[in-house]
Ligand binder design. Structure first.
Ligand SMILES: [Mg+2]
Length: 228
């Protein structure tokens, strides 16, 4: 694409299949902790966990609880719903999850093929809302680390997408102007509008086929090989 030199990808739910990987991890934990004795199925456990996780993740984003607290409390509250009052177990599960989930390898279809193609023509980077140590493990486990010159996390940049600060930080780091850059991601606000607002171009990735008015949208990563 004319004038474009740098491509910035979001990581979770854009390249790394976050939901599939979390699902695999939680199923492993359901077995490891013998939760079948208390909870009827892994699906029931996962649904409750997702609810509690969202609730406490929102509080973390608002700065109301710490990262450390988030990691444990989402399990403590999930277990309590099923009548398990065990703080030590919740803490252990919180630690296990942080260890196990980034080791999962599922990426979206055609990720490698598409990145192979793009790497020949552009410089590739990742901008992700997430913790330093976790996001680095994900790209390594899934075998995509070698495609990217920079992995920029919100923790490192000191701001979360959609805040301008993380994009300014990224531009400075790769020594580029926004008009030379394109952002690809699955979140309309955090990836797409945030990038457009600072003058980058953007492509919306939505595997379910949703689109955003006036924005180029794709449902499979391999479509990037025609666009870029
Ligand atoms: Mg995402």
């Amino acid at each position: 694409m004319e004038g474009i030199r740098h491509i910035f990808f979001d990581l979770d739910r854009t390249l790394w299949d976050f939901d599939a990987n979390v699902d695999i991890t939680l199923r492993e934990m359901y077995t490891r902790y013998g939760l079948d004795k208390h909870i009827s199925s892994p699906e029931v456990f996962i649904a409750e966990y997702q609810f509690q996780n969202q609730r406490y993740w929102d509080l973390y984003i608002d700065g109301k609880i710490t990262k450390k607290h988030l990691r444990t409390v989402r399990y403590r509250k999930t277990l309590e719903v099923f009548g398990i009052k065990n703080k030590t177990m919740a803490e252990q599960m919180g630690t296990d999850y942080i260890m196990l989930s980034p080791l999962q390898k599922m990426v979206f279809p055609d990720t490698h093929k598409t990145l192979d193609y793009l790497k020949e023509k552009y410089t590739l980077h990742i901008i992700t809302n997430g913790f330093e140590e976790v996001q680095h493990i994900k790209v390594k486990s899934s075998g995509i680390d070698h495609y990217f010159d920079n992995l920029i996390t919100s923790e490192k940049a000191g701001a979360l997408k959609p805040h301008r600060k993380i994009f300014d930080y990224s531009m400075k780091l790769v020594k580029a102007h926004p008009e030379q850059c394109i952002m690809i991601g699955d979140d309309p606000e955090k990836d797409i509008h945030a990038a457009l607002n600072i003058g980058m171009q953007a492509i919306y990735f939505n595997p379910a086929g949703l689109t955003i008015n006036g924005v180029k949208s794709i449902s499979n990563l391999n479509e990037l090989m025609e666009i870029l």
